[in-house]
Design a protein around this ligand. Structure first.
Ligand code: CP
Ligand code: NVA
Length: 312
């Protein structure tokens, strides 16, 4: 990869993206190796996690390295100690960091003060490892990416933003339908549209979920209340009530459309049981692919040029 850190899908060139996808496919069939023996990953998490934590820990183990999990209570990023000092200290012990933070700014600060690579394991703005796993899943199931249409129904959140950028990068069309006040940020939309100019993708933000899913190859949704927004939960349940992905909405998509969700899912809210458990649902394949794509990301960042060779 041509960058030290992976903090946003926008950090990737099209060549980086292609390489990560093909490496992940190879790694998925190869299984365990020792490519990262004597390498340590620190997982710095300000929020809970099942998939991200476990897939990163298993990824390091399967590549011959190891990981250290630092829970929300342990570090107190910017509270117990400044982000810059945490970055400087961890740079002396480990080879790479994956951080889940409340703000993208903390990740950028970590990256700035670390000599070692930093991976975004979810922030308020993006979830770039999830987007890569999702596109790997789509590629495996559909055989290509360019020209497909992904309809995202619901909150214009971190997951939606990374998907919009990933679609822009890979030539997939992206349509998002959100209620007023919960649209994807203008900056993210613009970034995705700029990337789409090169790839030929079409990126659009609308409000009608039925219009968005019309003929779509992929229907995607995520929670209406992200981590850190719990106080807004009641207000959000009302605002999003017309944005549930149910069987009637899926009927409007392409007949071979797949249903995707990054998980955790709130069954009965953003998605019905019937859709989650339908043959169209590929949510477990997505979850599994977190492991394979993150192995590729770890290998690329630790094997790339310009990264503190003394520790590798
Ligand atoms: N999709 C995802 O990132 O799940 P976790 O929050 O469980 O890591
Ligand atoms: N948008 C969700 C994704 C969880 C993986 C959140 O930020 O909580």
């Amino acid at each position: 990869m041509h960058t030290k850190d992976y903090l946003s899908v926008a950090d990737l060139s099209s060549a980086d993206f292609q390489l990560l996808l093909s490496e992940a496919i190879d790694l998925k069939s190869e299984g365990w190796n020792n490519a990262l023996s004597n390498r340590t990953l620190a997982l710095v998490f300000e929020k809970p996690s099942l998939r991200t934590r476990v897939s990163f820990e298993v990824a390091m183990r399967q590549l011959g390295g190891h990981s250290i999990y630092l829970s929300p209570a342990e570090i107190g990023l910017g509270k117990r100690e400044s982000v810059a000092d945490v970055a400087r200290v961890l740079s002396r012990y480990v080879n790479i960091i994956a951080a889940r933070t409340f703000s993208q700014q903390s990740l950028e600060e970590l990256g700035r003060y670390c000599d070692i690579p930093v991976i975004n394991a979810l922030s308020d703005e993006e979830h770039p490892c999830q987007a890569l796993a999702d596109l790997l899943t789509i590629y495996e199931l559909k055989g290509s990416l360019k020209g497909l249409t992904l309809a995202f129904i619901g909150d214009g959140n971190n997951v939606a933003a990374s998907l919009a950028l990933a679609c822009g990068l890979s030539g997939m069309n992206f349509k998002i339908a959100s209620p007023v006040g919960y649209e994807i940020s203008g900056i993210m939309l613009e970034r995705a549209q700029i990337m789409a100019e090169t790839s030929g993708a079409h990126i659009a933000s609308l409000s009608d979920p039925r219009l968005a899913v019309q003929g779509a190859d992929i229907v995607y949704t995520d929670t209406w209340t992200s981590m850190g927004q719990e106080a807004e939960n009641e207000k959000r349940l009302l605002a999003f009530s017309a944005y549930q992905v149910d069987s009637a909405l899926m009927e409007l998509a392409d007949r071979d459309a797949i249903f995707m969700h990054c998980l955790p899912a709130h069954r009965g809210q953003e998605v019905t049981d019937a859709v989650m458990d339908s043959p169209a649902s590929v949510v477990m394949a997505q979850a599994e692919n977190r492991l394979h794509i993150q192995k590729a990301v770890l290998l690329q960042l630790l094997g790339g040029a310009g990264i503190t060779p003394s520790f590798r």
